[in-house]
Design a binder for this molecule. Structure first.
Ligand SMILES: Cc1ncc(C[n+]2csc(CCOP(=O)(O)OP(=O)(O)O)c2C)c(N)n1
Length: 666
C-alpha cells in the first residue's frame, strides 16, 4: 500500500494515526468485554476504519454525517467521550439514547451525527435534506451519508441519489464495499462491474478508491467536499474494503473463504498506516508503544467511568414523555369545541380553500417552512392547494419533487435536523405506502430514540366517494394511529382544517394531516380570516343529544349530520374527533355519559380500524355508563372498489341507519 502524504505535516499525520488507532483498540477491548459478557454485541468495523475515520477527518465538525452500524470511527473522530459510548453499548440510561437503542443506532446533535435506523438505506435521504438546508442558507457545507454495498440494492439508495442529483445538493454518498452483505457476496447483490458506475446513471460524478488507505480516503473526500460545495452537486464514492469479522460479533465468518482474510490482512488499514509513518520517520517504535499505552489507559479509565452508573430503572411517565418533542405554547388558539360556535370575522370558505389559507398564512409566518411534493409548484398540486404559491414564495420553498415519496420524507427529516419545518404533500394518501418506512420508523421514533424532533407535516388527500378505485380512495389513517411518535389529525370542517393546519405546522412533531378529497369542494363553512390554531387532540361536539352518541371524524361527521337532519325524532350526540392521535378521551367519555349508547362511525374498513380502539376504550372505561354494546359502523373489509354502486355499498354510510335502529332497540 503506498501512501501519499501531500502537504500533511508530521503533526497532522500523527493526529491521523491516533484517529485510526483509537477505534481499533476500542473494538479490541470490546471483544474481550463481549467474551466476559459485559457488553452487548455490535457490528464490527475492524478492517474498515480508514473509511469512517478518513471521511470524518475530511469534513468540518459541524457538517452532518449519517453513519451506519460499522462506523465507530465516525463517533470517535468526532470526539464523543468514550465513557458515553460505553454507556450506550451497555444500554445504560446515561447513554446517548437513555438505554432505548442498541450499538450505533443513535445520533447526537452536538456532534452532528444523525443516528441510523436498522433499515440502512433511509439514512441516505436525510443527508439530502441537510444539504438542502445548507443550500437554502447558502452555507459552504456538505453532508455525508454512508451505505454498505448491500444497502445500494435498496430503493432508498436510488431515490436519495436521484433527488440529490436533480436538486443539485452538495451531498457525499460513500459506499463502503466490504464484499459481503450479511453473508451475501457482491455477485449475488448486484450485476454492474463497479458500484461507482451507477453515479453516471444519476448524472453525477463518482470515483472508486482504496478504502483501506487512510490518506487516499481523506484526500479524496477533502477534494470531493470542495467539488460539492463549489459546484453545488452530489458525488458518489465507492471505497473498496473488507469486513475482517462476522456480520456482527457472534455470527461467525464461515461463509467467507479464508484466503480472503489472508489477502486483506495484508491490507490492514491501521498496520499499513503505522508502518508508513515509521518508515517516514514520523513515528518510531517507542512512540507507537507510548500511544498504545496511553490509549489502553484511556480506554480502561473511560470504561471504569462508564460503569459508574445507576442500574436502569424504568419510569413509565418518562418513557411516554419522551415520545414527543414538547410543543411550544400556542399563539392565537380558537376553542370551537362547543356546538354552533362561529367566531367574529368569519366568512364562508370551502374546505379546500381553508386548507390553502392555513398553509398560505403559515408560509407567511414561518420563514423556515419548505413545501415539497409532486407537481405542487407551477401546477399547484393535484388538487390545486398550492396554486399560486410558487410565484409568491419562490422555488426554494415550494419544491416540485421527483416521484419518490420515501426520499422526500427522509429529506424532510434532514431539513428538520437543521431547524427547518417542512410540509410534504402526498399526491394521494394511498401513495404514502412507499414512504411508510420513513414515517413510522424514522420520523415517528427519532425523538424517543435520541431526542431529535421531526418537524414535518405530511398532507394526506384521502378517502373515497369519488369513484377513483382502490389506489386513489383509501382511508389510510389507521396505519399511522398505531405508531407512537406520530400525530394524526383529520378535520371535517373548513374552520377546523385551517386551524389544525396551522397547529400542525407549529407543532415540532411529525403530523399526518388528513384531508378528505370528497369534502374539498362539497363542504363550506365559516372560517376566521386571522391566523389561528385549533388545538391538536381536542374533539368538537357537533351537536348534543340524548338517545345515542355517534363518535366519528372526516366524512362520518357529514354522514351522521345529514342522517340527524333527516331523522329529527332521534336525538344524536355527534362528536367529531378531529384528532385521532392523540384522542380526546374526556370528550368521548362525556358523550358516552350523555347517552349510554354509542356508534363509532368511520369510512375506513372495519377490521383494525380506529373504531375498534375507541370501542375497546369505552368498554374498559365507561362500562357502567353503557346501556348497550358499542357498535362500530365502518366500511366493508374489502379494498375500496371503483364502480359507484360498489363503492356506495362499500361505504359505512350504507349501514348507518340500520345500526342506529339496532342501537335504539336496546
Ligand atoms: C431493510 C433491511 N433489510 C435487511 C436487514 C438485515 N441486515 C442488516 S445488515 C445487512 C447487510 C448489510 O450489508 P451492507 O449494506 O453491505 O453493509 P455491511 O453490513 O456489509 O457493512 C442486512 C441484510 C436490514 N437491517 N434492513
Amino acid at each position: 500500500m503506498t501512501f501519499d502524504r501531500k502537504d500533511l505535516s508530521n503533526d497532522q499525520l500523527l493526529a491521523f494515526y491516533r484517529s485510526i488507532l483509537y477505534p481499533r483498540m476500542i473494538e479490541e477491548k470490546m471483544l474481550i468485554l463481549l467474551r466476559q459478557g459485559k457488553i452487548s454485541k455490535w457490528f464490527s468495523g475492524i478492517g474498515q476504519e480508514a473509511i469512517a475515520v478518513g471521511a470524518t477527518l475530511a469534513l468540518q465538525p459541524d457538517e452532518w454525517i449519517m453513519p451506519l452500524h460499522r462506523n465507530l470511527g465516525v463517533f470517535t473522530t468526532r470526539n464523543m467521550p468514550l465513557s458515553g459510548l460505553f454507556r450506550q453499548w451497555q444500554g445504560a440510561q446515561e447513554g446517548y439514547s437513555k438505554g432505548r437503542e442498541r450499538s450505533f443506532h443513535f445520533g447526537n446533535r452536538e456532534h452532528h451525527i444523525c443516528g441510523m435506523i436498522s433499515h440502512l438505506g433511509p439514512q441516505l435521504a436525510i443527508a439530502d435534506g441537510v444539504s438542502l438546508a445548507y443550500k437554502l442558507r447558502q452555507e459552504q457545507k456538505v453532508s455525508l451519508a454512508f451505505t454498505g454495498e448491500g444497502g445500494t440494492s435498496e430503493g432508498d439508495f436510488h431515490e436519495a441519489l436521484n433527488v440529490a442529483a436533480v436538486w443539485d445538493l452538495p451531498v457525499i454518498f460513500l459506499i463502503e464495499n466490504n464484499g459481503y452483505g450479511l453473508s451475501t457476496p457482491t455477485d449475488e447483490q448486484y450485476r454492474c462491474i463497479s458500484l461507482v458506475d451507477k453515479a453516471r446513471g444519476y448524472g453525477m460524478e463518482g470515483v472508486q478508491i482504496d478504502g483501506n488507505n487512510l490518506l487516499t480516503v481523506y484526500d479524496t473526500i477533502r477534494g470531493v467536499r470542495d467539488y460539492c460545495i463549489k459546484n453545488k452537486k452530489p458525488f458518489l464514492i465507492e471505497a473498496q474494503t473488507f469486513r475482517m469479522r462476522g456480520h456482527e460479533e457472534a455470527s461467525g465468518t464461515k461463509y467467507v473463504p479464508s484466503s480472503l482474510f489472508d489477502l486483506w490482512e495484508k491490507k490492514d488499514p491501521v498496520k499499513n498506516f503505522e508502518a508508513f509513518l515509521v518508515q517516514a520517520g514520523v513515528l518510531d517504535e517507542a512512540a507507537v508503544t507510548a500511544i498504545r499505552d496511553e490509549f489502553r489507559h484511556t480506554i480502561e479509565t473511560e470504561l471504569e467511568l462508564a460503569g459508574q452508573v445507576a442500574p436502569v430503572v424504568a419510569d413509565t411517565q418518562a418513557e411516554i414523555a419522551d415520545v414527543y418533542a414538547p410543543v411550544p405554547a400556542a399563539g392565537n388558539t380558537i376553542d370551537n369545541s362547543a356546538p354552533g360556535f362561529v367566531p367574529e370575522g368569519s366568512r364562508e370558505l370551502r374546505l379546500i380553500d381553508a386548507i390553502k389559507e392555513g398553509l398560505h398564512q403559515s408560509m407567511q409566518q414561518q420563514e423556515k417552512l419548505v413545501l415539497m411534493g409532486q407537481d405542487i409548484a407551477g401546477y399547484g398540486g393535484a388538487f390545486k392547494i398550492t396554486d399560486g404559491f410558487l410565484a409568491e414564495f419562490g422555488k426554494d420553498r415550494v419544491r416540485n419533487t421527483p416521484l419518490c415519496e420515501s426520499a422526500i420524507l427522509g429529506a424532510a427529516l434532514g431539513l428538520s435536523l437543521e431547524g427547518f419545518k417542512s410540509m410534504v404533500e402526498m399526491q394521494f394518501s394511498d401513495f404514502v405506502s412507499v414512504g411508510f418506512n420513513q414515517i413510522v420508523n424514522n420520523l415517528a421514533k427519532i425523538h424517543y430514540r435520541w431526542g431529535q424532533n421531526a418537524d414535518v407535516v405530511v398532507r394526506m388527500p384521502s378517502g373515497g366517494g369519488v369513484g377513483a378505485g382502490p389506489f386513489h380512495s383509501q382511508s389510510t389513517e389507521a396505519w399511522f394511529v398505531h405508531t407512537p411518535g406520530l400525530k394524526v389529525v383529520y378535520p371535517s370542517t373548513p374552520m377546523d382544517a385551517k386551524g389544525l393546519m396551522i397547529a400542525a405546522i407549529n407543532d415540532p412533531n411529525p403530523v399526518l394531516f388528513f384531508e378528505h378529497k370528497a369534502l374539498y369542494r362539497s363542504i363550506s363553512g365559516a372560517v376566521p380570516e386571522e391566523y389561528y390554531e385549533i388545538e391538536i387532540g381536542k374533539a368538537r361536539l357537533v351537536q348534543e343529544g340524548s338517545d345515542l352518541s355517534v363518535i366519528t371524524y372526516g366524512s362520518g361527521v357529514h354522514w351522521v349530520t345529514e342522517y340527524a337532519e333527516l331523522h329529527p325524532g332521534v336525538s344524536i350526540d355527534i362528536l367529531d374527533l378531529r384528532s385521532l392521535l392523540p384522542l380526546d378521551y374526556e370528550a368521548i367519555r362525556a358523550s358516552v355519559e350523555r347517552t349510554g349508547k354509542v356508534i363509532v362511525l368511520h369510512e375506513d374498513s372495519l377490521t383494525g380500524g380506529i373504531g375498534g380502539e375507541i370501542a375497546a376504550w369505552i368498554a374498559e372505561h365507561c362500562f357502567d355508563k353503557l346501556d348497550a354494546p358499542v357498535l362500530r359502523c365502518a366500511s366493508l373489509d374489502t379494498p375500496i372498489p371503483f364502480s359507484i354502486e360498489l363503492e356506495k355499498n362499500y361505504m359505512a354510510n350504507a349501514r348507518l341507519g340500520g345500526m342506529v335502529d339496532r342501537l335504539l332497540s336496546y
